[in-house]
Design a protein around this ligand. Structure first.
Ligand code: AMP
Ligand code: GLY
Length: 427
């Protein structure tokens, strides 16, 4: 199958790595990365350049288009390519509002009775200030539009909330602001591949958003993940499918925006059940890096079935093991960070058993040597019979890799131990 893969990050490297396991697949990535070039062909077309991507698709005539990041989905790339007759794995512009507009998403959750935190939407800063003055804390402030992970602020007291409100209101994404009650529990990422009717759930994953150990420091795009999440018991999974995923997919279809692609429910799980923090309209990053090594089925076949409305009756084979991904970030991330520092040890890490390094922000020097080229630089991923084994393999490989100012969390997966939820830990 000829697959046009849109994107360039660690998530796309993991998707392409899995797709390339079938030697019959040919992968063309746009814009791609050096790691993606090693798995196929890359074309220097940016993921948000819709006209150029349309022209690229017309030229290469892919059998399937797989859209990685949210921005092209929210801009409507899937609609444009579908209108040209290409099967696309990724929702329409209208369905991608579930991620692109938090106001749309929250109102949708209420319309369809999906469990989520109570909230109010404000279009006027003074009204929002007044509401905050009468709120109990903590509260969560969310800008409406895509904000590259910077649109959510948790505020412990009024002064912080008022400051956060004025900085959100000053961004393009913050023309309207949601003020939401604060939820406690464990965060879980729940992924379903769907054709708009049938949903194939994938193993649940747990991301680690804060930059430092023990969830300290500012939030990032994600500093590590493991899958499956031991918290996701069969009963909880049934609850999430019955009360969140199925009504969400049906609700989007009923509203005239059928969702074809990967529906990602960001959940807060507590003793009272699962509540939605957000929906995303695409694979998670770095959760995908932990998920791909666990999928045994032919991924291209399943994505094609989803893209062509043919998922009914299909299953997906998942390995019984666990995978863990530890993300290396560049000095300064998630603030301004360094680029261009030489990276050593990638070959040694990749040579270890059951281990693969997914490159997110890795460029090449003029001598073709790997150098840092992004805030999240790479994700060291390993599989094992259980979480303990996967983590120990991943951390051993982390020891091989170095670059100036490198940082990675030492406690990926530690929470699962602390919570004593390791059901399968025989090690
Ligand atoms: P979101 O983009 O809505 O998922 O928010 C980003 C992060 O903010 C989430 O991954 C949570 O860690 C946190 N967050 C969002 N909403 C809430 C909430 N209502 N209560 C507690 N934490 C939240
Ligand atoms: N890992 C969080 C995200 O992909 O949004």
């Amino acid at each position: 199958m000829k697959i046009l893969l849109i994107g360039s990050g660690g998530r796309e490297h993991a998707l392409a790595w899995k797709l390339a396991k079938n030697p019959e697949n040919r992968i063309v990535s746009a814009p791609g990365s050096p790691a993606l070039a090693a798995l196929g062909e890359t074309r220097p077309v940016q993921a948000d350049d819709l006209e150029a991507l349309k022209a690229l698709a017309a030229e290469i005539r892919p059998d399937l288009v797989l859209i990685g990041p949210e921005l092209p989905l929210v801009l409507g790339l899937a609609d444009i390519l579908r209108a040209e007759g290409f099967p696309v794995f990724g929702p329409s512009k209208s369905a991608a509002r579930i991620e692109g507009s938090k106001v749309f998403a929250k109102d949708f959750m209420i319309r369809h009775n999906l469990p989520t935190a109570s909230y109010a939407v404000f279009y006027d800063v003074e009204e929002a200030q007044d509401f905050l003055r009468h709120s109990s804390f903590p509260v969560v402030l969310k800008a409406d539009g895509l904000a590259a992970g910077k649109g959510v602020v948790i505020c412990g007291k009024l002064s912080a909330a008022l400051n956060a409100l004025s900085s959100l209101a000053s961004t393009g994404a913050g023309k309207s602001v949601i003020i939401e009650s604060f939820l406690t529990g464990e965060e879980i990422s729940f992924f379903g591949i769907t054709d708009g009717k049938t949903i194939l759930p994938l193993p649940s994953a747990q991301d680690h958003k804060a930059v430092y150990d023990d969830d300290r420091g500012p939030n990032t795009g994600g500093m590590g993940a493991y899958a499956p999440a031991p918290m996701m018991t069969p009963a909880l999974r049934d609850h999430v499918m019955r009360d969140i995923m199925i009504p969400a997919v049906n609700g989007l279809a009923v509203e005239g925006s059928p969702f074809c692609g990967l529906l990602y429910a960001g959940l807060m799980v507590s003793l009272s059940g699962a509540k939605l923090l957000e929906f995303n309209a695409r694979f998670g990053d770095p959760e995908t890096q932990a998920l791909m090594p666990l999928i045994e089925s032919d991924l291209a076949e399943i994505l094609m079935a989803a893209a062509t409305g043919d998922l009914a009756g299909r299953t997906i084979r998942i390995s019984p093991g666990t995978a863990a991904c530890v993300v290396f970030s560049a000095e300064g991330y998630p603030g301004p960070y360094r680029r261009g520092d030489p990276i050593t040890g990638l070959d040694a890490a990749n040579a270890r058993p059951d281990t693969v390094v997914f490159e997110a922000g890795v460029g090449r020097s003029p001598e073709s040597l790997p150098v840092t080229n992004g805030g999240r630089v790479l994700g060291v991923t390993a599989t094992g019979r259980n979480l303990k084994e996967a983590l120990s393999k991943a951390y051993l490989a982390c020891g091989d890799i170095s670059f100036k100012g490198s940082h990675y969390r030492r406690d990926i997966g530690a929470k699962a131990y602390r919570l004593n939820l390791m059901c399968d830990d025989d090690g």
